[in-house]
Design a protein around this ligand. Structure first.
Ligand code: KIV
Length: 270
């Protein structure tokens, strides 16, 4: 049973020092599986550009992808009356245009069914975030390694390792809270930085590669379930061996077909 029924529960859980779980999810069938679990929050992440489309970075996700996948996820959740809170990611450059265009992007994600949106980075986004929150759009921040900026950051590297970066990310977290964010994702930062942010701000931190000191943890669906055979970042734990389980099932099916043992009599019509 999810611990988060509405936006208010993010602050409630933080106040009670109660941790919560977040998972990325991109489609109807997976949403049904998430709905049957205790997962608290779903993120329709722009990581779908990599996990679902095979791109090398999230730069390739666009607003129509996020909207489409959010609709698929919502259709799954709604079909089983699941109340899991859903955050839709604002993809590369979709919040970096003029105000009207940025608002259109937020509208498209919200009207796809998401309960909130996530925007990467603080620099240049604070006014927009305040405007969106005041307009009725809950916004989750995202600091540290912001994958949409991979080409500026020079790769997928831990952020906040030197004093200046450490202080900047700490300051940015406070600014995002002041701008009205209801939570902040902290990606690939030293545990000590995540600890200081978590202890400084009154909104929950959601860590990925940020140690176990954050208020919540998020993992990518394919990473958590061991479906991603291409690489395994240090911060990922595989909670299942999905790829092996699926390959074995496919081989079992293949063998039973070529041996003539599938389908059997009870799987056939009289
Ligand atoms: O898109 C995504 O999957 C994310 C998570 C890694 C936080 O932003």
């Amino acid at each position: 049973m999810t611990q988060i029924q509405s936006i208010l529960d993010f602050a409630n859980l933080k106040a009670k020092s109660q941790k919560f779980s977040v998972i990325t999810c991109y489609d109807y069938t997976s949403a049904l599986i998430a709905a049957a679990s205790d997962i608290d929050v779903i993120l329709v992440g722009d990581s779908l550009a990599m996990t679902m489309q095979g791109h090398k970075s999230t730069v390739f996700a666009n607003i129509s992808d996020i909207a489409l996948h959010t609709k698929w996820v919502m259709r799954g959740l709604e079909s089983v009356k699941s109340k899991i809170f859903v955050i839709g990611d604002v993809p590369f450059l979709a919040a970096r245009s003029d105000l009207a265009t940025n608002i259109d992007a937020a509208r498209e994600i919200m009207q796809s069914g998401a309960h909130a949106i996530k925007i990467e980075g603080a620099d240049g986004n604070l006014e927009l975030i305040t405007h969106l929150v005041q307009s009725g759009v809950p916004v989750c921040g995202h600091l540290g390694l912001t994958p949409q900026s991979v080409n500026v950051l020079g790769g997928y590297k831990v952020q906040g390792k030197n004093d200046a970066q450490f202080q900047k990310i700490l300051d940015d977290a406070k600014k995002l809270e002041d701008a009205g964010c209801f939570a902040i994702v902290l990606e690939c930062v030293p545990t000590e930085l995540a600890r200081q942010i978590t202890n400084t701000i009154n909104i929950p931190t959601i860590g990925i590669g940020a140690g176990n000191v954050t208020d919540a943890q998020v993992l990518v669906w394919q990473d958590l379930l061991g479906l991603n055979t291409e690489f395994k970042p240090k911060f990922v734990r595989k909670f299942a061996n999905g790829a092996d389980a699926f390959t074995n099932a496919l081989n079992d099916f293949h063998n039973e077909v070529v041996n003539g043992t599938f389908p059997n009599e009870s799987e056939s019509f009289k």
